[in-house]
Ligand binder design. Structure first.
Ligand SMILES: [Zn+2]
Length: 470
């Protein structure tokens, strides 16, 4: 009897030990997505993405990965965008909602309306053992990336945001904004102190790259790449041999973050250029930006296909900018038949070779009629300025309260007459934005929700340590 009891007890202990070890091992592996890739097209709603899809389909006979893969094969959600104090948000409040799950006031980054810091998805990802990165075509300290990796009362505090990045030991930073990392004595610096943040990062073992070639060749897993003093140039104006696009930065980011037995990663990949182009009502540049952004999304989609059980890919806008809409019009201002838009209208939209920001530079301040005619004939052939638009370009005087980026909004308005793609404003609008999700946890983003819910779900998924293949 005694012997039997001992045997019984021993087996119970062995079983408990066995189960304990099993669950410990399972716990150590975790259940969260190992790789989380968040792609942001700043200032885009569904209207922009549908224009991107139409251009790819009808002009280039190519699929548009955002709609044709991510939306179609994954889960599609819509997010409301109002901030804590306004019905129309800015990127700081929208980014904070999506990064932390908390509403804040326009202009505030990673803090509540009272100024209390709130934890971001990136910070949670870092705590649970993943590598973390921020990538943008804007200054890396701009509102959207800052919402994920900094806490400041104003988005304008670029120097402080840069310091917080250094303290945080982010694994990867790519974009513009060198001005905020250099001491005041250095050329191009926008700091008002002697802190040399690039030197500090190099001392911590970061590789520092400044152009496309260096980015392609860089080794190691701690990298900072700053390719301009401020924001990177728009796609139409970019020097393709030296300045990386969002596609090239995405390619590098996925390689850097997944090399050397990666424990998993969370990366934010943002094109700010879609927002900039929309603020200028610049349809040609917007279409170019959407095309290159979509190629970046394709890289993320291919990464997901290579690691389908461990990856979550999210594609989202933070707010709409400009409210572009393709529509039918009357033949002329005196009426006539109704003219519906065709592929030709889209083709015209891709015909112009410089951005409207570049046009502004070429025109200079208070340009003469001769100068205006020269620039229009050379870069915008076939576009006719109305007397009102011409006057606005010459004098900078507003003709509507919501079109105050001059001369860009005036030229953009004239281009609308050819493309039949009109703009509601030069600014952000109230429209809900999309989130396309594919991979581990994607289903949770389906449906209509507030942008803070996006942040809460993302944080929940990243709270789980990364799963590993067994
Ligand atoms: Zn904006």
């Amino acid at each position: 009897m005694k012997r039997k009891e001992l045997l019984y007890r021993c087996s119970a202990v062995v079983l408990t030990l066995f189960l304990g070890i099993f669950f410990l091992a399972a716990g150590a592996y975790g259940a969260g997505p190992k790789y989380v890739i968040l792609l942001f097209a700043d200032g885009t709603g569904l209207a922009q993405m549908e224009l991107g899809r139409m251009a790819n389909r009808y002009l280039y006979n190519e699929e548009f990965t955002v709609t044709d893969r991510i939306f179609r094969e994954g889960a599609l959600g819509l997010l409301t965008t109002q901030s804590a104090n306004y019905l129309v948000t800015d990127s700081a409040a929208a980014g904070t909602a999506m990064a932390t799950g908390h509403k804040t006031k326009n202009g505030m980054v990673g803090v509540t309306p009272e100024g209390m810091p709130v934890k971001s998805a990136l910070e949670v990802a870092q705590e649970t053992g993943r590598r973390v990165g921020i990538v943008t075509t804007d200054t890396v300290t701009d509102a959207t990336p800052a919402a994920f990796a900094a806490h400041v009362k104003s988005r304008k505090l670029h120097p402080q945001i840069a310091e917080q990045y250094v303290a945080k030991n982010l694994d990867l930073m790519l974009g513009g904004g060198r001005a905020y990392f250099l001491p005041q004595s250095a050329e191009g610096s926008k700091r008002k102190d002697d802190k040399d943040l690039l030197a500090a990062l190099k001392a911590k073992g970061y590789a520092y790259v400044t152009n496309l070639k260096e980015l392609k060749e860089v080794q190691g897993t701690k990298v900072i790449g700053l390719f301009a003093d401020k924001a990177l140039p728009l796609e139409l104006d970019r020097d393709r041999s030296t300045v990386p696009s969002i596609y090239e930065m995405t390619d590098a980011a996925l390689k850097i973050l997944s090399r050397d037995n990666s424990p998993g990663f969370f990366v934010l990949l943002e094109t700010e250029n879609t927002d900039t182009a929309s603020h200028r009502n610049d349809i040609s540049d917007l279409l170019a930006e959407l095309r290159v952004f979509d190629r970046a999304v394709r890289l993320a989609y291919d990464f997901y296909k290579a690691h389908p059980d461990e990856t979550l890919v999210l594609v989202a806008g933070d707010h709409d900018t400009g409210g572009p809409g393709m529509t039918y019009v009357k033949e002329s201002l005196s009426g006539g038949k109704t003219v519906y838009p065709t592929v030709e209208n889209l083709r015209v939209a891709t015909r112009f070779s410089i951005s409207l920001n570049k046009a502004k530079k070429l025109l200079g301040k208070n340009p003469s009629d001769k100068k205006i005619d020269e620039v229009m004939a050379k870069y915008f052939p076939g576009v006719t300025l109305s007397p009102q638009q011409r006057e606005a370009i010459k004098t900078g005087k507003l003709y509507a309260r919501n079109f105050y980026n001059l001369p860009q909004n005036a030229i953009g308005g004239a281009i609308s007459e050819l493309t039949q793609i009109y703009w509601a404003s030069r600014g952000h609008t109230q429209q809900p934005v999309y989130v396309g999700a594919i991979g581990v946890g994607a289903e949770r983003f389906r449906g209509y929700m507030d942008n803070t819910e996006f942040g809460r779900i993302l944080i929940e998924l990243l709270s789980e340590p990364p799963m590993a293949k067994r």
